[in-house]
Design a protein around this ligand. Structure first.
Ligand SMILES: *Cc1c(COP(=O)(O)O)cnc(C)c1O
Length: 401
């Protein structure tokens, strides 16, 4: 028996312990969320929905993604053995396609007329536009004007895939304004539109649904790792922005008390500067975007501007289940800074010929930090959430390559 009891999680009101729920959302939206949850509960275990999703995972995304033993990297570090769960090999290059397909499929089953979302660097936008093209759903992506200019290839991708891209010109013209804009557009007709949240965040039922769509990562890895090594990993490591790739791999191992689990947040320019997004290390419980969780906020309770070299990690809160796992100490949350991330990015590229996403490089950085002190029979499984093609120009400029 595990000393941890997780089921049912979340509870009927959408809480993981004291975190999550539907906080400060208008009654009509609460009704829409409850309706989504009801439909989700009705169809998630039906043969039709599951076989459609599993079929897409296998033949479209390319699942199962492999588990790979990074032999040269491990040898170079001279300690623990490092394995990678290769979500970078998925169609579109990251784990996000897993939940985007799930959400778009759900929207289609509900007869919704349009799928909306915001995007920062464009990764969620591209994954969602991909799922919507495949499932023939109209898709509208809101993106700050600054990001539209900065992330032009992703904007082009979304357009080619048939999504309508709205360039948001208000405020600082970045992610926060894109969220506000997309949310307003959604509120024009929440009965017929579906807001596809990009991580395990937002009001209930999104933290649960997105987790359920992502848990395939850990379910596969658990079987694959045992087939390869005859045992479970000693430690799992994943990066945490909103927390979807992390909860995706963690879920399958939460009740294995002997498996140590570690989430890595970005400490950016340093935890003693304002330029980081280490929510669980430096934040405190509060409520933002319709749910309760740890939040990086000022004295007045306003969310702080956050920063990471990896744009997929710069979010001032975190999925509510992570806050719960943090408080009960089932998962340890640590941080890696920009420099460690860049070192890990280059090291994996040059030892294994795998260019990781800057987000995933944070998880790798922690593995690289601890491996030399550990024995060679200690096995670490890192979730390589995505590939770094999107980051190569930025890194080359940063390092003067
Ligand atoms: C978006 C993204 C992340 C961060 O999102 P989570 O919800 O925390 O997983 C991590 N890695 C990659 C490659 C991403 O694109």
């Amino acid at each position: 028996m595990s000393k941890y009891e997780f089921l049912p999680m979340p509870d009927a009101r959408g809480y993981f312990g004291e975190y999550g729920g539907q906080e400060n959302i208008p009654p009509e939206l609460k009704q829409v969320m409850d309706n989504i949850y009801q439909t989700y509960c009705d169809i998630r275990n039906t043969e039709g929905f599951q076989s459609e999703l599993q079929n897409l995972f296998q033949h479209y995304v390319g699942r199962p993604s492999p588990v790979y033993f990074a032999k040269r990297l491990s040898q170079q570090l001279g300690g623990a053995q490092i394995y990678l769960k290769r979500e970078d090999l998925n169609h579109t290059g990251a784990h996000k396609i897993n939940h985007c397909l799930g959400e778009a499929l759900l929207a289609k089953h509900m007869g919704k007329s349009k799928v909306l979302a915001e995007t920062g660097a464009g990764q969620h936008g591209v994954a969602l536009a991909t799922a919507c093209a495949l499932l023939d759903m109209p898709c509208e992506i809101h993106m700050g004007e600054v990001d539209v200019l900065k992330e032009h290839p992703n904007v082009t991708r979304m357009k080619i895939l048939g999504a309508k891209v709205i360039s948001v010109t208000r405020g600082t013209r970045t992610l926060k304004d894109a969220v506000d804009s997309a949310f307003e557009a959604y509120l024009a007709d929440p009965q017929n539109y579906f807001y596809a949240i990009g991580s395990v965040v937002g009001p209930h039922p999104f933290p649960q649904m997105v987790r359920d769509f992502q848990r395939i990562v850990g379910d596969e890895a658990r079987v694959q790792f045992q087939e390869m090594t005859g045992q479970l990993p000693d430690q799992i490591i994943a990066c945490v922005g909103g927390g979807s790739n992390a909860i995706g791999i963690f879920t399958a191992f939460l009740e294995d008390d002997e498996v140590k689990i570690t989430g890595v947040e970005p400490s950016g320019h340093g935890l003693n500067t304002p330029d980081h997004a280490a929510t669980l290390t430096k934040g405190r419980p509060g409520s933002l975007h319709g749910y309760k969780s740890y939040v990086l906020m000022d004295e007045q309770g306003e969310a702080l501007p956050v920063y990471s070299i990896a744009s997929g990690l710069d979010y001032p809160s975190v999925g509510p289940q992570h806050s719960y796992l943090h408080d009960i100490k089932r998962v340890e949350y640590v941080a890696a800074d920009d420099k460690e991330c860049l070192d890990a990015f280059m090291r994996l590229s040059r030892t294994e010929g795998i260019i990781p996403a800057l987000e995933s490089a944070h998880a790798l950085a922690h593995a690289i930090r601890i491996a030399p002190e550990l024995s060679p029979d200690y096995k670490i499984l890192v979730n390589l959430s995505g590939r770094g093609d999107k980051d190569v120009d930025f890194v080359a400029e940063k390092l003067g390559l």
